[in-house]
Design a protein around this ligand. Sequence first.
Ligand code: FAD
Length: 313
Amino acid sequence: MILVVLEHDGTRLRKGALEAITRARGLNAIAGSVAGVLIGENLSAVAEEARKYVNALYIAEVGPYTAEKWAAAAYAAQQKAGAQVVVASGSRQGRSWTPRLAFKMGAALLEDTLETSTDGSKVIATRYSFLNRVTEKQAAALPVVITAKPNTTPLAEPLGTEGSVEALSVELPAQKVEVLERVVEQKKGVSLSEATVVVTGGRGLGSPEAFAKVEELADLLGGAVGATRAVVDAGWRPYSEQVGQTGKVVQPGVYIALGVSGAVQHQAGMNKSKYIVAVNKDAEAPIFKIADYGVVGDVHQVLPALIEAAKKL
Ligand code: FAD
């Protein structure tokens, strides 16, 4: 068995879970069947969806998220399944608990991988290095914990059968950190990490008010709003929208950068987008070096024209 830890939002599997399942299925030289584990609370609704993708599903009702609890639950599932390979999403959450799991298993950790393959005894993984400018290959003997870089892997389809479901009893470690309160951000529209279109505004927009038009364009295209660090640091937009080395890494089909210079730290979060469109009044701005389409012009003139064009789609 290969085990996939299935990330979810409480009601549905996240895209990262479906990517992780695809990766697990690709390692069938190690094991032909894939088990999944759902960790969290009130999991019955998402379990109905999850069992369509795996041969066996474990349910670990452990309450609200902490990295210690997730690692303990994933470890219990790994032991139960006898899995030599565990795959998870390389989301922010995945990156926080997978090192603990690898330590418990005495396993190698292949993090943020783009591709994985196997000869049956070891896993070979490709990942980016140096701000996405270099790819490197790593190999690790079993047992292995793998995280799949978000938005790099095709989404799994259901199997056409429903896997068995089993409640898992988890021995939870003494909690070193207690969660006192959890405030869920009220988001409208699609999630930035999962959006197929991202419209990002930079300092060139000149004011927080100018983002109303960025939002309008994103809405019209069914996309999400992104921001540069300059804009976030200025308090114009929330940190949750920051794209880049110290923000989110996105890989949409279309990335529209408006008044964004394209600093290397920003590029680290978006330079693998399929098509990059840039609007900047400075023809020498670095963003044009990676843009597929570019307009040299004032964003206050070009953005309303883009909105009008999007309304006609
Ligand atoms: P600027 O660099 O000021 O660019 C504004 C652009 O708008 C310019 O190119 C200008 O020509 C153009 N412009 C101005 N007016 C108009 C107009 N009217 N019409 C059209 N164009 C116009 N940055 C990130 O974004 N994400 C990160 O995660 C991140 N992490 C960092 C980590 C570290 C350790 C460090 C040191 C920096 C990091 N940065 C990050 C900051 C990064 O170096 C840049 O400072 C930042 O990306 C610049 O944001 P910007 O493009 O909005 O602003």
